[in-house]
Design a protein. Structure first.
Length: 162
């Protein structure tokens, strides 16, 4: 896959998740559907891309957790999962809404096996704790544009100076 295609896919996932964060509905907005279909071939492969990103972020945090090996590993994994849910709320919202999508099954199985090998704990996708929305929210938690901007990675000033 070329760099430009990889970048285009990354940007599209970012934009779709931003749209989901704005309206709080865990589905691809209608105005993005054709673009997602053209780039990913449909909802399934788009969800796979989001799930792979989720597990990559989870695994990065898991490495740090395992270095200290907690007293209660299952509780520590739950805390890690919920912490990542706070960091990536729109990804978690979308993935929870499509948890049983058949395209995600191989990704889930591979991650279950990796998690079991690393920790001895086996968890199915629906065994993980679900983030609790704030009491005042009747739908999913919304991500404000200012909060979204704070989470965006800013380019290094010295690189952009050239």
């Amino acid at each position: 896959m070329s760099w430009s295609r990889t970048h285009r896919r990354h940007q599209l996932v970012h934009e779709v998740l931003a749209d989901i964060g704005t309206d709080g509905r865990p589905e691809i907005p209608v105005w993005r559907q054709a673009e997602v279909d053209a780039e990913f071939g449909g909802l399934g492969q788009f969800l796979v891309q989001v799930q792979v990103r989720w597990y990559r972020a989870f695994d990065a945090r898991l490495d740090a957790l395992l270095e200290a090996w907690p007293q209660d590993p299952p509780a520590a994994l739950d805390e890690l999962w919920l912490g990542l849910s706070d960091t990536m709320p729109t990804a978690r919202l979308l993935l929870d809404a499509h948890l049983d999508h058949p395209a995600l099954e191989p990704v889930h199985v591979r991650h279950q096996l990796m998690l079991h090998a690393a920790t001895g704990i086996y968890r199915k996708p629906d065994d993980w704790p679900r983030p609790v929305p704030p009491p005042h929210a009747d739908t999913a938690r919304r991500v404000t544009p200012s909060a979204r901007r704070q989470r965006m990675i800013q380019p290094c000033r010295w690189i952009s100076a050239f």
